[in-house]
Design a protein around this ligand. Structure first.
Ligand SMILES: *[C@@H]1O[C@H](CO)[C@@H](O)[C@H](O)[C@H]1NC(C)=O
Length: 346
């Protein structure tokens, strides 16, 4: 709405001034990045609208009003090597970029406000944003970290362990309605007890795994608990598992109560007949972690794997730990399992 093309009265002039602004702001950045490293964290839920705060604190002169203020919002890539444009504003001129088009506008609460309103927050939006504001001789660079509450889960495909290069890993998570997890997300998962002895890709191109109970095959029994880091790996040639991140979706995962054991195709059909879809792996982890879902029955999931979620460990049902138990990728013709379905909320 605020970045309609008809606001672009003198595009060429605008681009030139913008180019100057960015050269200038680049200098500012060098100067202020360390001084103004204050960390702001904002928590959103998926699909919600969120405001990323940013204000100009004037040290010097007076305000020229919001018309004089130049604002640039960027988002840092996962490895923090690149800045992607989100929104640029100079007076009446506003432009948003890429996946942010049509989803961002400035709050403009008052003359010093440069806060960004982001609607329909997606898992891809998670990360660090920079807000650069210049008005006369006052300037500020502000960092805001957007987080989404969710769950990290390890994933390996039917082919077995260590079969995914980085691009396969991105696709594998996408197929499970999730994204490749960030270091921060895996670190948080480790702090809340995640222990997994297979190395997986993270979204910054590094390969790591979380260990809370140090032991021989997992980096050594004498090593400290922590994230074991293989460092940056070659994205097309190296093959590992992946850590995916998802957040709760609007809808419900459930065990389909029905009399028979099913083969995979029957399981898919049974969920459809119930007005739902066969659940994916991310939905099972989200139901287990975020809603405490517990069911000691092995069921098919959409990727052809069979799993069951245990949040109350007990005899014969993951006795030692709360976990989503992985039974395997059985022959799809085997009639040995039930099915977990997912019904979205409309
Ligand atoms: C989010 O903002 C959009 C407009 O940008 C609005 O249409 C939508 O209703 C808002 N959603 C929520 C959940 O507030």
């Amino acid at each position: 709405p605020k970045d309609e093309p008809d606001l672009w009265r003198s595009t060429i002039f605008f681009s030139e001034v913008l180019a100057d602004f960015f050269r200038f702001s680049h200098d500012v950045k060098q100067r202020h990045r360390t001084e103004l490293g204050d960390q702001n964290r904002v928590f959103a839920s998926r699909g919600s609208n969120i405001t990323l705060p940013c204000r100009l604190h004037r040290q010097h002169g007076m305000s020229f009003g919001s018309l004089g203020m130049r604002i640039k919002w960027t988002k840092l890539s996962a490895d923090e090597s690149l800045e992607e444009d989100v929104l640029v504003s100079m007076g009446f001129h506003k432009k948003s970029y890429g996946s942010f088009q049509g989803r961002v506008h400035l709050l403009e609460a008052d003359d010093d406000d440069a806060s960004l309103v982001l609607s329909d927050v997606s898992l891809d939006d998670v990360g660090k944003f920079h807000c650069e504001v210049i008005d006369g001789i006052d300037d500020v660079i502000h960092e805001v970290t957007l987080e989404v509450q969710g769950v990290v889960f390890p994933y390996s495909p039917r082919l077995g362990r260590y079969n995914l290069n980085f691009h396969d890993a991105e696709q594998a998570c996408l197929d499970q309605d999730s994204v490749v997890a960030s270091f921060d997300q895996l670190y948080e998962a480790w702090r809340s007890g995640m222990d997994w002895c297979n190395a997986g890709w993270l979204n910054d191109g590094s390969v790591q795994y979380p260990i809370t109970k140090p032991r021989g095959p997992c980096g050594g029994a004498n090593a400290r608990a922590g994230l074991r880091n293989y460092g940056q790996r070659e994205k097309s040639k190296s093959h590992y598992d992946v850590f995916c991140f998802t957040s709760g979706l609007k809808g419900r995962l459930y065990w389909l109560v029905q009399p028979n054991k099913l083969m995979f195709a029957e399981a898919v059909q049974a969920c459809q007949d119930d007005g739902a879809e066969i659940a994916n792996v991310a939905q099972m982890y989200a139901a287990w972690k975020l809603n405490g879902y517990d069911r000691c029955d092995s069921g098919w999931l959409a990727d052809g794997s069979v799993r069951y979620p245990i949040s109350r460990p007990r005899r014969n049902c993951s006795p030692t730990e709360a976990a989503v138990r992985f039974v395997g990728f059985p022959d799809k013709k085997q009639k040995l399992f039930g099915v977990y379905c997912f019904k979205g909320q409309q």
